[in-house]
Design a protein around this ligand. Structure first.
Ligand code: AMP
Length: 438
């Protein structure tokens, strides 16, 4: 399958080829023709699947035909496509994709999000843009100041809709919908399909084409996952040890809290490891700086909380570390999805202390896999006796030199990443309650 069979124009194909893509990803193969056909779309696709190009490319093509002036008084360039994303980082990245793929088109775009001055955004909008990428809160602020007119929008995209709902944006989304014309094309992308997402899709989409590329709530198959049992107090020491001994040069580390992120960053600095943190208490400028340094390879470790990391796109990120396990199992899927993107292989390592075992169980229930455990010599947890039975077993065998991460599971079967678990998946719903109740 090649891009040239998907119905895209020569100018778009040129931009895509120059960007180094040779083949469309599965979500692109399905989404591009569906969007070009002009109907609504409901797409189940996680980040890392190439979903952004899946909607940006056909939108660029559809908008390359001149807008029909709806009224003789419609002045300047009306906004013709609106892309809503949950976070600033994702918004910035999506707009960068619009620029990259739209390199040879005459369409203009801009991005608006909170945390930075509103006036430059207002003046940019005044000049007129075809494609607007926005986070919901700032867009409503701009609409309140009459700095943005959404009455000519032809295409609406809700990107990472599940995350927008998780972050409490549903009312904002409804208020934005009220500002749009009734007649329009709607595209909804979501990694998961909760009842809330289904309700939103029901109300928004008109006989949508439906595509689903990753299995629901499944982890990206290319990612090698491991659990490293360790005592809570020795996590920082283990992380520094792994970075040094395994020659990790670019590691995205997740912590549950902002405070934890700051503390770890400081401690790694004392260990001589270059690290910066990104989280909600940091200014947008500090977050952008940290991300840029990390992408340039000048920073070994980027420490992030779940929300701040959402939507971060780093080509070829080989290593993700869960310093703490998330207490909401779905966040685990989002975290490890930062690596192994668009066909690259990646490794996601979780440092798990005994007090986190309920979180681990919740995650394994959700992803329907037992994550292989590896005992790092010299770091066997003192509290091993109270870990799962399988872990105790593994701890006994985990002598220096013993093959790591290759152990039969509790059920006696060896599970590969991506393979279904031998045991039927959990009683009851594999919901986030499992982790929260821990
Ligand atoms: P996304 O899921 O849209 O965040 O994309 C994930 C990553 O895949 C990004 O780094 C893209 O640049 C990359 N990507 C998207 N489409 C392709 C493709 N057809 N071939 C190779 N890489 C791609």
């Amino acid at each position: 399958m090649s891009f040239s069979t998907l119905g895209l124009s020569e100018t778009l194909l040129r931009a895509v080829t120059e960007h180094g893509y040779t083949q469309p990803t599965p979500v692109q193969t399905q989404a591009i023709p569906a969007v070009l056909a002009g109907g609504d779309l409901l797409a189940g696709a996680q980040t890392g699947t190439g979903k952004t190009a899946g909607f940006v490319l056909p939108i660029l093509q559809l908008l390359s035909t001149p807008a029909v002036a709806k009224s003789p008084r419609a002045s300047g360039r009306p906004i013709r496509a609106l892309i809503l994303t949950p976070t600033r980082e994702l918004a910035a990245q999506v707009e960068q994709s619009v620029r990259t793929y739209g390199k040879y088109s005459k369409l203009s775009s801009t991005v608006v999000f909170g945390g930075v001055g509103i006036h430059p955004q207002i003046s940019h909008l005044k000049r007129g843009v075809d494609i607007l990428v926005a986070t919901p809160g700032r867009l409503l602020d701009l609409a309140g100041q009459r700095a943005v007119n959404l009455s000519q929008v032809e295409i609406l995209v809700l990107d990472e809709a599940d995350r927008m709902l998780d972050m409490g944006f549903i009312r904002d989304i409804r208020r934005i919908l009220a500002l749009l014309p009734r007649q329009r094309q709607n595209l909804l992308f979501s990694a998961t399909f909760s009842d809330e997402i289904k309700a939103l899709a029901d109300g928004l989409l008109n006989s949508p084409a439906m595509i689903e590329v990753a299995r629901r709530n499944s982890t990206v198959e290319m990612i090698q996952q491991k659990v490293l049992p360790v005592d809570h107090a020795r996590k920082r020491e283990l992380l520094a040890h792994l970075i040094r001994t395994r020659d990790w040069t670019q590691v995205l580390v997740f912590t549950r809290t902002k405070h934890g992120a700051n503390k770890l960053t400081e401690q790694l600095g004392h260990d001589g490891i270059a690290a910066l943190a990104i989280h909600g208490n940091k200014s947008q400028a500090a977050r952008t700086h940290a991300l840029a340094e990390f992408k340039r390879g000048r920073l070994t470790v980027l420490v992030a909380t779940d929300i701040a990391a959402r939507g971060i796109d780093i080509d070829q990120l080989p290593q993700v570390v869960n310093y703490d396990l998330p207490n909401v199992p779905e966040d685990y899927v989002h975290r490890i999805g930062r690596t192994g993107r668009a066909g690259a292989t990646g490794e996601a390592v979780s440092l798990v202390s005994v007090d986190e075992r309920a979180f681990l169980r919740g995650i394994e229930r959700l992803i329907k896999q037992t994550i292989p455990q590896e005992h790092v010599p010299g770091f066997a947890p003192r509290a091993a006796a109270s870990m799962q039975p399988a872990t105790r077993d593994a701890a006994r065998r985990a002598q220096p030199g013993a093959p790591a991460g290759r152990r039969p599971s509790a059920a006696g079967a060896r599970h590969q990443v991506g393979a279904p678990r031998a045991r039927p998946a959990g009683r009851g719903r594999p919901s986030s309650q499992a982790g929260r109740a821990a």
